[in-house]
Design a protein around this ligand. Structure first.
Ligand code: AMP
Length: 190
């Protein structure tokens, strides 16, 4: 089973991905983490990424698609993938389709965590205290939200037609969101 967790930054995708991974023995694939790892390792590509992310802009599709390719073809993770923060553009969605087709996989479920801008701002402010992520300041948050609305909305429209698409109220508490997701997944996997 492969899943996509979809929603604006701060919607709780990472938190839910971890909970789902533990419960259903899946692998969380966070493009944010993959990108931050390149920055941490100070690779050539990492230096470019650092400048982009700290401004609140998206990394280029070329960079992200390349990082994702290794993961999709990893035989250990195959058919046990939760995409968190990917795809974020139509180009990425189409690329994912191609990669999955050529590795004989598909997406079974798409969860859209729909959350209000106010809720996101409050959550990221809280995360800033807990994790001190360098890209978390209010201007960056608002920029990230706007970039999401511009670039990712078409991706949402693309997946809305899919039979595995589920919209979840992301303003709920973490535990309640997870109960809702678990309910949908348990129906099919148990
Ligand atoms: P996240 O950890 O998912 O909130 O991502 C942090 C930042 O990494 C985002 O604001 C983007 O700048 C960048 N990023 C993460 N995933 C992607 C993606 N799929 N495409 C482009 N940029 C991404």
């Amino acid at each position: 089973m492969n899943l996509i967790l979809f929603g604006p930054p701060g919607a709780g995708k990472g938190t839910q991905a971890k909970l789902i991974c533990d419960q259903f023995d899946l692998n969380q694939i966070s493009t944010g983490d993959l990108l931050r790892n390149e920055v941490k390792m100070k690779t050539d590509i990492g230096k470019v990424i650092d400048e982009t992310i700290s401004k609140g802009d998206f990394a280029t599709d070329e960079i992200v698609n390349e990082l994702i390719k290794n993961v999709v073809f990893d035989p250990i993770k195959k058919n046990k993938l939760i995409f968190d923060g990917y795809p974020r553009s139509l180009n990425q969605a189409k690329n994912l389709d191609l990669l999955l087709n050529s590795s004989k996989q598909k997406i079974d479920y798409i969860f859209f965590l729909n959350v209000k801008k106010d809720t996101i701002i409050k959550r990221i402010e809280k995360r800033k205290i807990l994790e001190k992520r360098a890209d978390d300041n209010l201007n960056t948050i608002l920029k990230r939200y706007d970039t999401y609305m511009e670039t990712t909305k078409p991706v949402l429209d693309f997946y809305k037609k899919d039979s595995g698409f589920n919209e979840i109220d992301g303003n709920q508490e973490i535990g309640d969101i997870f109960i809702e997701i678990k309910g949908i997944l348990s129906n099919i996997s148990n």
